[in-house]
Design a protein around this ligand. Structure first.
Ligand code: ADP
Length: 577
């Protein structure tokens, strides 16, 4: 064996019998002079790389690769076998010159050391050269040898195709009809070709992986009803993912413009939507808001958009999620809560029922008595028409009184929508003050509002709590109505209390309450006013208690009264309990 041959087989697992093969190798070297060989090899390799770069299919690239080798080193044929390691088994990647009957046997063949040289090459990550299968002790009496020789082939060189991370992607096999060994030049060609094959296979795998990732992403977006979008601020270029098109019910591929978006956004939400867009355009602030879409069939969708500007502030990348189901579930929940709260409210008012019955009974018995008097007066031999008219007037008065009681009670306890929300008591008080500003002005009241800005939030029914505050303010106004010798000072204060509670105080400079009345203020139908019903404070107490709070009153040291309620804040263990 000469030294060149030695060099050629250095890194190969090789079967021992190759006597007389040197001649073959010299033949190649003589046929193709070195300079042309390199030139044609480079051109061929470039062509293959161009095919990969221009997106030819893996099959086409591997076919061209085999054909190139078959032309460069005549009298051989080639095959590229890919490995599916889940089997593991071989799949024919390309073998343009091998007969179908040969290829069929390779497709699905197990990757194992016993079956074929390609299995050994793949498992040992080494080139396997069997110069003459019929004389090769390793393969000569195997079914493999019989299969190869039946197709007129005698020698097989199998080289593993390795990925960048050295994993085996497949094997590259060269067959000869005569016993053969590779020259150094052929080994170089094989090295280049397997490298190009590895690039082609890895690229095709990366593309398949990308396609899988894309379809997974699309599936994920579909499942979570979340689309993505990209917005270049300077040009208003907008791109949507497939799911974004689906959410907006716009035909896939339609060019997305702000006009299109504006036609989709619910008209009531459009000003707010445009405000957010303009703000984002101005100061590249994050987007995070909800709005409604109005669909063609007239239905609405709730969508939540979140977007961040890119580091160079030229673009926004964001997601838009269809939260319609979520909102509907919330509405249903809130309705159920409202019904529960209604039941709770009604039962907590159970104590009032007796007093209500009493209050309504009085005018009713008045009506009955007056009706009998009226009949008697009219039935008399000389009907007392004037008396009957008077008793009828009393009946009317009593009837109106009963109706009034019922109407006012219905207004107070009627089943209105009840929503529980997290709210800031200072905000709630501010709204009540705004609502009462006319009354305050008319009553010449000097208002001092000390509303804490950092109040812990409370969870409750905003409208109910505002009813309580309004009632306290109205009572304070009533109490100061007859005051002329001092300023009609009214203080409304909100503050944080120990134990995670918040407190609201209404302090007036009115007539005040004496010790005896203090006990009765919150009783139903206790009123010292000529037109009073005496239910405001009773209802206020029931509302505050349903918020797990307390309400009380005290006489001021100087003049007037102070009414206070205190309820647990969101952070309170009492609230969580
Ligand atoms: P109404 O206002 O219809 O009388 P309320 O339950 O609101 O019913 O009040 C009950 C009674 O409590 C009032 O009639 C009044 O005597 C007393 N009261 C309420 N607020 C004040 C106040 N700020 N100062 C003095 N007395 C008050």
């Amino acid at each position: 064996m000469d030294s060149e041959l030695n060099g050629a087989i250095e890194s190969s697992v090789i079967s021992p019998s190759f006597t007389g093969i040197e001649r073959e190798i010299r033949k190649y070297k003589e046929v193709v002079p070195d300079g042309d060989w390199i030139k044609s090899q480079l051109a061929g390799e470039n062509h293959l790389l161009e095919m990969i770069a221009s997106g030819h299919s893996l099959r086409d690239v591997l076919d061209a690769l085999c054909t190139f080798v078959e032309k460069t080193a005549p009298e051989c044929c080639c095959g590229v076998y890919l490995i599916d390691w889940s089997g593991p088994s071989f799949q024919v990647g390309a073998a343009p010159s091998l007969p179908e009957s040969y290829i069929e046997a390779v497709e699905g063949l197990a990757v194992s050391c016993e079956i074929a040289p390609c299995g050994v090459a793949a498992l040992l990550k080494k080139q396997v050269i069997s110069a003459d299968l019929e004389r090769d002790p390793l393969w000569k009496s195997t079914p493999y040898c019989a299969h190869v020789t039946a197709h007129g082939l005698r020698s097989v060189w199998s080289t593993p195709i390795l990925s960048r991370s050295e994993s085996v992607l497949g094997t590259f096999a060269i067959y000869h009809r005569k016993p053969s060994l590779p020259s150094r030049q052929l080994q170089e060609l094989i090295a280049h070709i397997t490298h190009i094959a590895s690039i082609a296979i890895e690229r095709s795998q990366a593309e398949a992986h990308l396609k899988r990732s894309e379809s997974l992403l699309a599936e994920g977006q579909r499942l979570s009803s979340t689309g993505t979008f990209w917005w270049r601020v300077a040009t208003d270029d907008i791109q949507w993912s497939e799911e974004s098109y689906r959410i907006h019910e716009v035909a896939l591929g339609t060019s997305v413009t702000f006009e299109l978006l504006a036609s989709r956004v619910h008209p009531e939400d459009l000003p707010r939507f445009m405000d957010h867009v303009e703000r984002a355009r101005r100061d590249t602030s994050d987007l995070d808001f909800e709005y409604r879409l109005r669909m063609f069939d007239g239905s609405s969708k709730h969508v939540h958009v979140v977007a961040r500007s890119t580091r160079d502030r030229s673009e926004y990348i964001g997601a838009v999620q269809d939260v319609t189901d979520h909102r509907r579930a919330e509405q249903t929940l809130s309705k159920i809560r409202s019904e529960l709260a209604h039941v709770a409210r009604v039962s907590s008012l159970g104590a009032l029922t007796a007093s209500i019955a009493h209050e309504v009974n009085q005018p009713l018995s008045g009506i009955i008595t007056n009706a009998s008097t009226c009949i008697r007066m009219l039935d008399a031999s000389q009907p007392n028409v004037e008396g009957a008219r008077e008793t009828a007037r009393r009946m009317l008065r009593d009837g109106n009184r009963a109706a009034d009681v019922i109407a006012r009670l219905r207004a107070l306890f009627g089943k209105k929508e009840f929503t529980v929300e997290s709210l800031d008591l200072s905000d709630a008080a501010r709204e009540v003050i705004a609502l009462s500003s006319n009354d305050l002005q008319r009553g010449r009241v000097v208002l001092r509002a000390e509303l804490a800005g950092d109040l812990p939030r409370v969870t409750g029914d905003r409208v109910q709590l505002q009813q309580v505050i309004l009632n306290l303010v109205r009572n304070a106004l009533d109490a100061m109505d007859g005051i002329h010798d001092r300023a009609r000072d009214l203080l409304i204060r909100t503050e944080r209390e120990a134990g995670d509670r918040v407190r609201l105080t209404v302090r007036d400079a009115g007539v005040g309450v004496d010790d005896k009345s203090l006990d009765k203020l919150f009783d139903a139908f206790y009123s010292t006013k000529s037109d009073g019903m005496g239910v405001g404070l009773a209802v206020s107490r029931s509302i505050i208690e349903s918020h797990r709070g307390r309400i009380w009153a005290s006489q001021n040291e100087d003049s007037g009264a102070t009414f206070v309620f205190s309820i647990p804040s969101d952070g309170s263990s009492e609230r969580r309990a």
